[in-house]
Design a protein around this ligand. Sequence first.
Ligand SMILES: [Cu+2]
Length: 99
Amino acid sequence: MRHRAQAGHHATRRCGRGAPRLSANRFEPATLRVKVGTTVVWQQEDTALHNVISAELPTLRSSDLRRGDTYRHTFTQAGTFTYYCSYHAGMTGTVIVTD
Ligand SMILES: [Cu+2]
């Protein structure tokens, strides 16, 4: 599962290292750094069911995502936010949001 950051109307930035599209049970990249106001889009490209849930940031909570689904969240405050997939132990990620 990959995600990318969108800043403003354009300048879409794709993050990641060209990982295999079906890389199993991990977020790619695991750590993402963005500015406040950035919308991060998670792209579900895996065959397994995944979700995005943060204990620290209750609004960061997707429904179950199937292949082809996307989930987006706009980060409005600075901080370091971890999240996980409830189906796969150890499937975690971090978004670092700076002013
Ligand atoms: Cu998962």
